[in-house]
Design a protein around this ligand. Structure first.
Ligand code: NAP
Length: 256
């Protein structure tokens, strides 16, 4: 008799907040239409989340213990962690909660970007490290980091920052000199070239998120030999991981 880990999934919790998670939710709905109840969980950081099929719940769980409780209360039998590679806390909580509740867990992790010989990357370990060097590399910087990372640059008052966000920030950005543009990826190479040129960008700041949706800015930077301050990824959480939607679907089909 198959053990509980091999039973077909019936209630899947998808930890989201990324384009990949939204794409996976759509793929699960198409490929496994019957009998699988799908819930996507979002932290609630953006006011305009991408619509996804299935149920959506919004907001934190209250730590690993809260997530474990949620798994038990909702009889979740599979978890797919498709959160952003820099969202280390929720991924650690997912591991702890799934281990405690005995729920199989898979991580959908974007492949990292590969360094091209013509890239001028300056790698730093964290956002504070990026803030410490940006002023040495240029006076006009394009800051492609999340809203919660912008505070780290508040003390950099001699650099004009270009900031691109999905939706307008709820409160003024804590930057002395900045311009805000709105947009949701994926962005084309032509769009990224245009932005670099229009704002006379001298240095790009980004997190080593990986994935295709935001890679064009790196190609555009490479074309004009622009320095790129690249914040290294935190180490991935322990456990099974895949890089593609198809592999995640295959994991569900196999029973996790
Ligand atoms: P984080 O530091 O790993 O998590 C902080 C807390 O936010 C977690 O402890 C959890 O609260 C809550 N949380 C995070 N993701 C959640 C989810 N999918 N569903 C429910 N609660 C969640 O995460 P973060 O870096 O702030 O990222 C928040 C969200 O934005 C994630 O969903 C991530 O995929 C997305 N995102 C992050 C980045 C980035 O650069 N960090 C970029 C793009 C998108 P409790 O402890 O109360 O459960």
């Amino acid at each position: 008799m198959p053990g509980p880990r091999r039973r077909k999934p019936s209630r899947v919790l998808l930890l989201g907040g990324t384009g990949e998670a939204a794409a996976l939710a759509r793929a699960i709905r198409e490929a496994l239409p019957d009998g699988v109840a799908l819930t996507t969980s979002l932290a609630g950081r953006t006011t305009r989340p991408v619509p996804v099929p299935g149920d959506v719940r919004i907001g934190g769980f209250g730590g690993a213990a809260g997530l474990e409780r949620y798994l038990r209360d909702h009889a979740i039998d599979r978890v797919i962690d498709a959160t952003h590679p820099f969202a280390a806390q929720i991924s650690a909580h997912a591991r702890e909660a799934c281990d405690a509740a005995g729920v199989p867990r898979l991580m959908l992790l974007r492949p990292p970007w590969r360094h091209h010989p013509l890239d001028r990357w300056i790698e730093v370990s964290n956002i504070a490290g990026a803030a410490a060097v940006v002023g040495k590399l240029g006076r006009r910087a394009w800051l492609t980091v999340g809203a919660s990372d912008i505070d780290a640059f508040a003390g950099v008052t001699d650099v004009r920052f270009l900031v691109r966000m999905i939706s307008p920030p709820p409160r003024p950005l804590p930057l002395k000199l900045h311009e805000l543009v709105l947009g949701r990826g994926p962005f084309s190479l032509a769009e990224e070239r245009h932005l670099l040129h229009l704002h006379a960008i001298e240095v790009l700041v980004c997190k080593a998120s990986g994935g295709a949706a935001t890679e064009a800015k790196l190609t555009a930077a490479r074309e004009i030999s622009l320095p790129v301050i690249m914040v290294r990824r935190p180490p991935p959480e322990r456990g099974q991981s895949v890089e593609t939607i198809d592999a995640a679907l295959a994991w569900l089909r196999r029973g996790g």
